[in-house]
Design a binder for this molecule. Structure first.
Ligand code: SF4
Length: 377
C-alpha cells in the first residue's frame, strides 16, 4: 500500500493562523508544475513496487491549479506507478475557487474525493482568520459539491476567538445539513511566525479559555457520533466506509512519497522532507538533484510515533503489537508508564489495548508525549 502527496505551494492570501509552506505569488507556477511532474519520475523508486491506494493534493491551495493541470500531475503518476482499483484521489479546495463546471472538470481528470476548507460558515470568523472566501462562497461550494460528489469532506475550526457554544453549534448544524460523509475539525492553534501569533502577543486578539475550547470539542464529538460518524482519529470523523484512506495510511505507518516543496515522505523508517522554498526546489529538480533532507528514525522514535498515532486513533495501542514490533522491554515500560493515566481515568484497558477515555480525548497529545521514551532504561 503506497500513497503520494502533492504539495501545491500557492495561496491567494495568508490565513492568519497558517504556518504551512506557500507563496502568494504565482510567479513560478509554470516551472513549479513541470518540477512536480519531474519529481514524480525522479523519485519513483522511493516507494515499494505496489499499486497506489491514495493520491492527495494538499498545500497550499491545489484548487488554484486548473483541473487540466491536476490531470497532468495524475498522468505523471500514472506513467510511473500502478493504481489500485479502489484508489482514493483527493483534492483540497477552497470555496472561493469554485466556478461553474469545476466539479465536472475535476472529476473528469480522475479526482474522486474533495476536501473543502470551509472552516466557518460565519462571515466575521472568516474575516478574522483572513480566509479568502465569504460565508456565501461556503454555502455555494457545499451545495455544488453535494450534487457532484458522493465522497467529500469539509474542514471546520473550533476555538475561534470570540466564539461561544451556540455559534459553534450552528457551524456544526449547518455542516451537517449538507450530509457530508466526512468532517475534519481542528482547534485553532497559535503557530510561530503567523499573524495570529503577532496579534496575540500585541493583545489585539484574546484567545478563548481552554475550557471553552474543550467544550466545543466535546460538543463536536457528541453531535457527530450521535448521527453515526466514527470518531476514528482525534480530528477526523467519517461515516462507515468513508474514513480517509490517505490519512489512515499516515497513521498506520504506511509508505508515502511527498512531491513538492516542503512535502514529507516516509518509507521503511526513513523520513525525508523537501526544501521549503519554491525557487530552490525548482532549481534542485531542474538540476536532477532534489534538495531533500533525510533522517532515519531510531527504534525509540518509532515507538514514540507508534504510541502517539495509536492513541490519537480509535484503534488505541495494543500491548501485543508493542511486543512484536519493539520487544518485551518496550512493552514493560509502556505498561508502567500508562499506570498513572489509568488512575486519572485518562486511559483505560480494552482487553490488551490501551485507549483514551472520552473525557481525555482533548488532552491526548499531552498524554501521549508523557508516555514517550527518551532512552531505554
Ligand atoms: S489557504 Fe490553507 S494553506 Fe493557504 S494560507 Fe490558508 S490555511 Fe494556509
Amino acid at each position: 500500500m503506497g500513497a503520494i502527496y502533492f504539495h501545491i505551494p500557492f495561496c491567494k492570501q495568508a490565513c492568519h493562523y497558517c504556518n504551512f509552506h506557500f507563496s502568494t505569488s504565482l510567479k513560478y507556477r509554470k516551472e513549479m508544475l513541470q518540477s512536480l511532474i519531474d519529481e514524480v519520475a525522479l523519485r519513483k523508486n522511493e516507494l515499494p513496487d505496489e499499486p497506489l491506494h491514495s493520491i492527495y493534493f494538499g498545500g497550499g491551495t491545489p484548487s488554484l491549479l486548473r483541473p487540466e493541470e491536476i490531470g497532468y500531475l495524475l498522468d505523471a503518476v500514472g506513467k510511473n506507478f500502478r493504481f489500485s482499483s479502489a484508489i482514493e484521489i483527493t483534492l483540497e479546495m477552497n470555496p472561493d475557487d469554485y466556478v461553474a463546471g469545476y466539479f465536472d472538470a475535476i472529476k473528469k481528470v480522475g479526482v474522486n474525493r474533495l476536501s473543502v476548507g470551509i472552516q466557518s460558515f460565519f462571515e466575521e470568523e472568516l474575516q478574522q482568520m483572513n480566509r479568502a472566501h465569504t460565508a456565501q462562497d461556503a454555502y455555494n461550494v457545499m451545495e455544488g459539491m453535494k450534487k457532484h460528489f458522493d465522497n467529500f469532506s469539509l474542514d471546520l475550526i473550533y476555538g475561534m476567538p470570540g466564539s461561544n457554544l451556540e455559534r459553534w453549534q450552528k457551524n456544526i448544524d449547518i455542516a451537517l445539513s449538507f450530509s457530508p460523509p466526512h468532517i475534519s475539525s481542528y482547534a485553532l492553534t497559535v503557530e510561530e511566525n503567523t499573524a495570529l501569533a503577532y496579534q496575540v502577543e500585541k493583545e489585539q486578539v484574546t484567545l478563548l479559555p481552554e475550557e471553552m475550547v474543550a467544550q466545543q470539542f466535546d460538543r463536536l464529538v457528541s453531535c457527530l457520533t450521535e448521527v453515526g460518524f466514527d470518531h476514528y482519529e482525534l480530528s477526523n470523523f467519517g461515516l462507515p466506509h468513508y474514513h480517509s484512506v490517505n490519512n489512515s495510511a499516515y497513521w498506520q505507518g504506511k509508505p508515502y512519497l511527498g512531491i513538492g516543496p516542503s512535502a514529507h515522505s516516509f518509507y521503511t523508517n526513513k523520513r525525508s522532507w523537501n526544501i521549503a522554498n519554491n525557487k530552490k526546489y525548482i532549481q534542485g529538480i531542474q538540476a536532477k538533484q532534489p534538495l531533500i533532507e533525510r533522517e532515519e528514525l531510531s527504534k525509540i522514535d518509532q515507538y514514540n510515533e507508534f504510541v502517539m498515532t495509536g492513541l490519537r486513533t480509535e484503534k488505541g495501542v495494543a500491548l501485543q503489537d508493542i511486543k512484536e514490533r519493539f520487544g518485551v522491554k518496550f512493552a514493560q515500560l509502556f505498561e508502567e508508564q500508562v499506570e498513572k493515566h489509568l488512575t486519572h481515568q485518562h486511559l483505560f484497558w480494552d482487553g490488551d489495548t490501551v485507549k483514551v477515555s472520552q473525557k481525555a480525548k482533548f488532552l491526548v497529545d499531552g498524554i501521549a508525549s508523557d508516555l514517550f521514551l527518551l532512552k531505554l532504561e
